[in-house]
Design a protein around this ligand. Structure first.
Ligand SMILES: [Zn+2]
Length: 496
């Protein structure tokens, strides 16, 4: 176990944890959001960030290094005095500028030493943020450079400062996984998944999910994962469910300067709002009209305050959801905000087996909220269990409201979409206590049939399924060996 990161609880791939930052002598609860502070434009005074719920912030050491105005004060008085913030401060290295402008005038060891000298609590080497969709050769060669710089960082004496080991690899899942495995093996402390900002800016949430899921496969469970550059609250729940622990938001300030208003369902423009759909202090006290009429600096400040309130509010909601085992319900409701978020959620469910490894075995009742719920890790886990129960003799599976057919059977189990066969001894256990809609959907029937398949291939039982008019498309994959009776048909022609 890495001693600076302690996990306290899981829901799906999401986790609650405590990141200990030795140089700051503080422990930060995760998932955590780090507001980005530009040392030249402090939209909100860093000393006020605690009001919103910030425990840690992030700033760019390369901006400080390159600025005559702030470099000397940073070296003389330290970063914490410069910014007026006494909690942990993470620093970035200039990788962003490198990606943007093609070169920077500092080496990775130089900027790491500078970060240490100004008192950073978590420093970052200069990695190469490879954008999405580049050729494989470029992704591989840039990754090799990033890996070299991570290795070089491990050889420096930087005292108690924790170090980031960025995970690159563009949109190649195998490269992301390898990058993560190498970064983890370096023994460094925090693992930013890099260069996903272009994916998020283009609303490619499914590609983001695949990149993060691949990185997670290469990292140990005790690795704190930072989704670097992710600051929009609409996708926090999705990213947490994948296992991201740290987020940073420049969006709260950048969007505010642009008149943009963050919500958990997407971005609004101040000009299009007649009412504020929010309960934060700013939105309760002012109308959109009043904020529009403020002088520019005050307008930007009010919008930034709202943006921070809504972002930290979502983080609290996520932490509460993990505590209660309701994180996937939250992700599922967020997925309804935008079709690309729905793609992101569907991509998350493609990794249900990965989420299943950390999903708690027992929670309060699962809520089936849409066809996507049929692919939740809990359903997969029940199917895996059916593959191990191996009943024998004559087993009747009877759909919940279907009449019991004539005949003698050794055992009778109910069959419930989306879970499928329910062994009687399990029917009061999670997830079979799920709250299900009366009007179920095709996806749930298909999932139930997958459960029947698992049961039929596992054991020696002779299985009969009695259903009350299940859709033929779902029944098509019931194995040949299973006898199927449609009890909604009243003629003698009962057998399919
Ligand atoms: Zn608000």
């Amino acid at each position: 176990m890495r001693e600076h990161f302690e996990l306290q609880g899981y829901d799906a791939g999401g986790r609650l944890g405590e990141l200990t930052v030795p140089r700051a002598d503080r422990t930060v609860e995760t998932p955590a959001l780090l507001p980005v502070i530009n040392p030249h434009h402090k939209t909100i005074a860093p000393g006020r960030l605690g009001e919103f719920g910030a425990e840690m912030l992030i700033t760019n050491s390369y901006v400080i290094y390159g600025s005559d105005e702030v470099r000397e004060p940073a070296l003389e008085d330290g970063l914490h005095d410069l910014l007026g913030f006494d909690g942990p401060i993470m620093t970035d290295s200039g990788s962003f500028q490198l990606a943007e402008y093609g070169e920077i005038d500092v080496t990775s060891p130089e900027i790491l030493r500078f970060q240490h000298e100004i008192g950073s609590d978590i420093g970052t080497p200069v990695d190469l943020p490879t954008p999405p969709d580049v050729g494989r050769e470029q992704a591989e060669s840039e990754l090799a450079t990033t890996t070299e710089r991570i290795t070089a960082a491990t050889e420096m004496d930087l005292g108690e400062m924790l170090l980031n080991a960025p995970v690159q690899g563009s949109t190649y899942p195998d490269l992301r996984e390898r990058a993560a495995r190498d970064a983890y093996a370096s023994g460094l402390d925090v693992f930013p998944v890099g260069a996903v900002v272009p994916l998020m800016n283009e609303y490619r949430f499914a590609d983001m999910v695949d990149a993060v899921a691949a990185a997670k496969r290469g990292l140990g469970a005790d690795a704190p994962v930072h989704l670097f550059g992710a600051g929009h609250p609409m996708m926090f729940a999705l990213a947490v469910a994948l296992g991201c622990d740290l987020f940073d938001s420049a969006a709260y300030a950048l969007y505010a300067r642009d008149g943009r208003y963050l919500t958990v369902r997407g971005t609004k423009h101040l000009d299009e709002l007649e009412y504020f759909p929010c309960e934060c202090p700013v939105c309760s006290r002012f109308t959109p009209e009043e904020v529009r009429n403020l002088p520019e600096d005050q307008r930007v400040e009010k919008l930034a305050e709202h943006n921070l309130h809504v972002s930290f509010g979502e983080m609290r909601r996520i932490k509460q959801a993990i505590r209660r085992g309701e994180l996937l319900e939250l992700v599922e409701s967020r997925a309804r905000a935008h079709p690309t978020m729905l793609d992101g959620y569907r991509a998350l469910l493609d990794h249900a087996d990965q989420l299943e490894t950390t999903d708690p075995a027992s929670k309060d009742a699962m809520f089936y909220l849409s066809a996507e719920s049929a692919r939740r890790p809990e359903v997969e886990r029940h199917h895996d269990r059916l593959g191990r129960v191996a009943p024998d003799g004559d087993l009747l599976l009877v759909a919940e409201d279907a009449p019991r057919p004539d005949g003698t059977f050794d055992e009778t189990w109910t069959v419930v979409p989306p879970f499928g066969p329910v062994p009687p001894e399990l029917d009061q256990t999670y997830p079979l206590t799920a709250e299900l809609p009366d009007r179920t959907d095709r996806a749930a029937y298909r999932a139930a049939v997958r459960g029947i398949e698992r049961l039929a291939t596992a054991g020696e039982a002779s299985i009969t399924l009695a259903h009350d008019g299940w859709p033929p498309a779902a029944l098509a994959s019931v194995p040949e060996a299973v006898t199927v009776l449609d009890t909604s048909v009243t003629t003698d022609d009962k057998e399919r």
